[in-house]
Unconditional design. Sequence first.
Length: 136
Amino acid sequence: MSQFFWPVRVYYEDTDSGGVVYYANYLKFMERARTEYLRQLGFEQDRLRAEQGVLFAVHSVRVDFKRPARFNDRLEVSAELSDQRRASLTFFQQVHRHGETAPLCEGQVRIACVDPQSFKPVPIPESIRSELLRVC
């Protein structure tokens, strides 16, 4: 499973005064897809903190907006692991309107593995790293 897809419906609250998805909401959609991707692999954020002593926090984001999504659109948000380092993961993500091939936006999101108390980077636990290597 190298690429994961998560469906999203655009609600009125997701749009701006022009009737299109407000740019920051694409980041929320991408967050949901990454969270669900990790959940499907068996990694729940709250359990990672409690059992492994780590959190994943966004380190950096680069997003290119190509075309607008609008109220009531059905979207598909992808998450694909594109790079894995000692203490970080980088995901390539796209948002498509359901049934269309051209992306509405795409980006790279780098998440850091951090200690929950200090928020300083720590190595990704081996159990997580090996599972990601197995499926990607």
